[in-house]
Design a protein around this ligand. Sequence first.
Ligand SMILES: Cc1ncc(COP(=O)(O)O)c(C=O)c1O
Length: 300
Amino acid sequence: MHLELIKLEKTFNASILTKINDLLLAQYQIELWMKRDDLLHPVISGNKWRKLKYIIDHALSSGADTLVSMGGAYSNHLHALAYVGKVLGLKTIGLVRGEQPETLTPTLQDMKNWGMELEFVSRADYRLLRQYKNWHDLPGLKPRQYWVPEGGAQTLALKGVAELVAEIGIPCDTLCVPCGTATTLTGIIEAVPQQMSVLGFAAFKHADYLTAEVDAVLSQSRNNWQINLGYHFGGFAKINLELSAFIEDFELKTTIPLDLVYTGKMMYAIYDLIQKHYFKPGERIIAVHTGGLQGKRGFS
Ligand SMILES: Cc1ncc(COP(=O)(O)O)c(C=O)c1O
């Protein structure tokens, strides 16, 4: 790995695994732990560094001086990329979904402050950008520009995600993770032993295609995982009072902050499934906190 990346990684906090103490868990005889990747770094937290690390290493090896990527106005991915670019002295270009807002969102403002060039693209054009999956794929890419697909969904990301699994260090029955592109889920499935179950939770509606996408990327077919589609709360970044009340209550009980888009929905789902006896008494579940707390600034 390039020295700049090693140096940056040295500034990260150590991995923390927290046991959740809750009467409900005791009642259902479930042991629930949380892998606190939200605490890894103040900006590049959660799954962001996991996915970006080897992609950026490859970009540097390819002689890139500019990282180009895409995301929404509250994108955790673009936010992290802009920050890494600033730290490493790389130029960054963010293709942002939708019209330029009159006032930049706090996420976009941070990105701009860190030197990212923002280009707003229509929703239709944004959807088309999703077809470009490889680093040299984006039409019109200039020499030394390196394309990072939406959410860092590249096979190079899987290697970084595997490091998360290696840090866990205790056995468990089920490892849970929220899904957007399901890249983090794929990396986890590749890294866990076959006897461990992996459960992904889709953060958006109509995500049934994700299973086939994950299957296509896996190095071998496995039957120890699935994606639950039942807890999207109406769509990506859609929330309701029940979800926000759950998150508030969870935060009060545990002092662990949750985002509303990914980890919050997953934790709601886990608690709901526990009460529906989905998990067997005596099971140990580990939920991965994928960060994204900066995006909370978008919710009043
Ligand atoms: C905070 C957070 N959690 C989870 C995810 C979903 O990750 P993936 O796209 O790898 O499924 C994302 C998106 O990258 C995210 O920003």
